[in-house]
Structures are given as structure tokens and as C-alpha cells.
Design a protein around this ligand. Structure first.
Ligand code: GLU
Length: 303
């Protein structure tokens, strides 16, 4: 069992192995994103947005830099062999950038961890950010958010043989891992102070620690946890009901409202023409959650 877990942990650490779709010996291949079912996004060659400093700079540079995650299966995952990124967030980035006039070969993805998103946007390290990024009032003081384009909820991931944790009420005295700078970590610290919160930069490190018995649970959005569980279903389980609402937004620098509204338009157009649904089915839908209706865009006024 121990060895089994260690192997699973190594497998999760080496995402190439999983991205290649190899299951454990004797088990069927794991369902990854379905590249042949992905929509092709029409690049709007005539698009122009002179009122957006971010867009203007990117256009004259000739490329758009989008911040993403690289270790979240079905959402934002990098294949270490090819360097290619895939997942629902990556598709959201591709569909919006095509609407903003950027061809796929001019879009560069840069991995940014949860705790570094606001500074990356403020410093202009990235032009926008698409990576399970919850819209909330505190963050709105620092950055702008287009969207939402999806609503997730916080849940718990435990080892398959765990019997004592069924929800956040069972976390007293338990080691619970989450990512630094995330809303789920903050919620555990504030609302469940009896739990021993442990923070790493990424959720994949938390999952490795769960598989090697260093922590008792991992907590974050259901979308992220279901992706890890789908990769090693014999080892991991998502338990309990969602205990928060996490509306996902596209992060932009706070001063660039023109960019924010243009991304809102792009999201709306791609929801209307069916691309959003197709992209969802081919990515996040593969981890077992049927496509919901996309949430209404919140085009909040410039301030
Ligand atoms: N959606 C949550 C957040 O934005 C958790 C996922 C993440 O860390 O990206 O903090």
C-alpha cells in the first residue's frame, strides 16, 4: 500500500506520465483533455483597442502573455515533454485572445502561482491571467476581473481509505493543505481555526503530501480536486459538499478597464456561439462534471 502510494505520488509529480494518458499498469488509460474535440477559435484580424494600454503594448510587441497554472489537470496543465499547455482555463485564454486579434502562435503562456497573481498583473509581467482565479472584493482593490466564466466551490480531497473526514466540520486537529495566497486557505484559517492549515505554492505539492501521508486533506476548488482524483481514482476521493462559491474571473491590471470590457465581450461572444460549451466538454467535462450554463458576465463599472 505504502509503495503503491509512493508510486502514485511520483506519478502526480511527473505530470508527463499522466499527460501522456498512461494509467497504472493494468488499468485503462486516464481520460485527459480531448484535443480533437476542441473548438477552433476565429482570430479577429480587424480587432483594435487603442484605448487599452495593455493591448496596444502587446500588439506592438507582437505577442500576448497570459498567466496560467501548469499543474491543475483539466484546467491548466503543462506537458513537460512538449511544453504545451492544455485545459479549460487555457481554452478560455485562447478564445479570448483570438477575439482580441492574437493568433495562437502569438500567445505565450507563463506559469504564475496563486500567491503571485496580483503582483504579476501590477508589474506588467503578464497581460492577463486565466487560472482558477476567484473574483472577490478584496482582490478587486488590487486588480480588475473580466467574467465570471465559471463558478466553482471549495471542497476537500482525502485518501480513498480516509474515514474520519467527511466535511470541513471534521478538520479539528487535522493537517489540511492548500496553496498560499488562495481563498480556500484563507477560509480554512478563518472559519475552521481548529484545523492545522499547511500552505505550499501549488496544489500538486499538497497532493503529493497527501499521498505520502504528510497531510490529512487538501482543500481548494472542486474543479481542481476532481482533476487530481480523476488521475488516481483508487487513491484519492473528493468528499462533502461545496462550502463556498468561487466565481472565476480573468485578471487584468486594475487601471485597464478597456481591456476588461473587451474580454467581457469576448467571453460573451464565445458563450453565445457555443465555443465555451465545446471547450468545457473537451476539458473540465472529462473529470466528470456535466457542463453547467455559464454564469452571467458582471460588467461592473470602472472605478
Ligand atoms: N479559486 C481559488 C483562488 O482563486 C483557489 C484556486 C487557486 O488558488 O487558484 O484562490
Amino acid at each position: 500500500m505504502r509503495l503503491h502510494r509512493t508510486i502514485a505520488a511520483l506519478a502526480l509529480g511527473g505530470l508527463a506520465f499522466l499527460a501522456a494518458g498512461c494509467g497504472k499498469e493494468g488499468s485503462p488509460p486516464i481520460k485527459g483533455p480531448q484535443p480533437d474535440q476542441l473548438p477552433v477559435y476565429q482570430v479577429d484580424e480587424n480587432f483594435s483597442l487603442p484605448s487599452s494600454p495593455t493591448w496596444k503594448k502587446a500588439k506592438s510587441r507582437g505577442n500576448l502573455v497570459v498567466g496560467v497554472k501548469d499543474d491543475q489537470p483539466y484546467l491548466g496543465e503543462k506537458d513537460p515533454a512538449t511544453g504545451a499547455y492544455s485545459g479549460f482555463d487555457i481554452e478560455i485564454a485562447k478564445m479570448t485572445s483570438a477575439s482580441l486579434g492574437f493568433a495562437p502562435d502569438t500567445v505565450d503562456f507563463r506559469t504564475i502561482a496563486s500567491a503571485n497573481r496580483e503582483t504579476a498583473l501590477q508589474n506588467g509581467q503578464i497581460d492577463y491571467y486565466v487560472g482558477t482565479y476567484t473574483i472577490n472584493d478584496m482582490r478587486k482593490k488590487l486588480v480588475g476581473f473580466a467574467g465570471p466564466y465559471y463558478v466553482a466551490g471549495q471542497r476537500l480531497l482525502v485518501r480513498a481509505d480516509e474515514r474520519s473526514i467527511r466535511g470541513p466540520q471534521d478538520l479539528a486537529g487535522k493537517k489540511v493543505c492548500s496553496a498560499s495566497g488562495s481563498t480556500p486557505l484563507q477560509r480554512i484559517q478563518e472559519d475552521y481555526p481548529q484545523a492545522e492549515a499547511i500552505a505550499y505554492d501549488t496544489y500538486s505539492v499538497c497532493v503529493d503530501n497527501l499521498l505520502t501521508l504528510q497531510v490529512d486533506a487538501v482543500t481548494t476548488d472542486d474543479t481542481i480536486l476532481l482533476g487530481y482524483a480523476a488521475k488516481v481514482p483508487d487513491e484519492l476521493r473528493v468528499v462533502g459538499k461545496a462550502f463556498s462559491k468561487e466565481p472565476y474571473g480573468i485578471g487584468v491590471i486594475r487601471s485597464d478597464n478597456a481591456l476588461r470590457f473587451a474580454i467581457d465581450d469576448a467571453l460573451e461572444a464565445n458563450e453565445k456561439n457555443g465555443n465555451w460549451n465545446k471547450a468545457y466538454q473537451a476539458t473540465l467535462g472529462q473529470s466528470g462534471v456535466p457542463a453547467p450554463a455559464p454564469p452571467p458576465i458582471d460588467r461592473y463599472p470602472a472605478n
